[in-house]
Design a protein around this ligand. Structure first.
Ligand code: C2G
Length: 155
């Protein structure tokens, strides 16, 4: 099924195809993040993506890329990617080593959609020529930085 169709049209076509007994290609979503101190906000996002797409590819920011974002994660990359990989909603975890790899990833994995939490709304609309770009509501009340501050204040 062409990923380039608008989401609603693609869903309608898929329904007709399933009714006709046709075998469908799995739909693929990709998302990007640091996933430091892996928390329920990340799990909720992955779960919500998998409720919409068949396959989820997660690109985890390397420590070097994070340094470029001005972020120093509490958990090293090797552990962060392993925790993401262990999440049952995740089908493939890859490294995110730069801002510019998204276009290549979308083509390489045949992504139908690039999905991010709503704090990124609008930031990746430039990718709409390659795939759907979807922003899902953030989980309120939890963030890696809040967790870090809580741990530091707990002493
Ligand atoms: N997120 C969420 N709810 C939260 C916290 C995070 O839905 N309470 C989502 C974010 O919107 C993002 C993903 O979880 O889609 C990962 O968030 P971070 O680990 O903070 O990653 P970030 O620093 O936003 O890096 O190229 C994109 C960057 O790698 C994103």
């Amino acid at each position: 099924m062409s990923a380039r169709l608008p989401t609603a049209a693609a869903a309608e076509l898929r329904a007709h195809a399933v009714a006709a007994g046709l075998k469908l290609e799995p739909t693929v979503a990709i998302t990007y993040g640091t996933y430091d101190l892996f928390h329920i906000g990340h799990v909720n996002l992955f779960r919500r993506i998998k409720a919409r797409y068949d396959i989820l590819v997660v690109a985890v920011s390397t420590d070097e890329f994070n340094a470029g974002k001005g972020k120093r994660s509490a958990v090293p990359f090797a552990d962060r990617i392993e925790m993401v990989r262990a999440c049952r909603h995740v089908d493939l975890a890859i490294a995110e080593s730069g801002w510019g790899q998204k276009e290549t990833d979308i083509v390489r994995y045949g992504a139908d959609a690039m999905v991010m939490g709503s704090d990124w709304t609008g930031h990746f609309d430039g990718l709409k020529s390659l795939c759907d770009v979807v922003y899902l509501p953030r989980t309120e009340g939890v963030s890696s930085s809040d967790l870090k501050r809580h741990i530091q204040s707990a002493g």
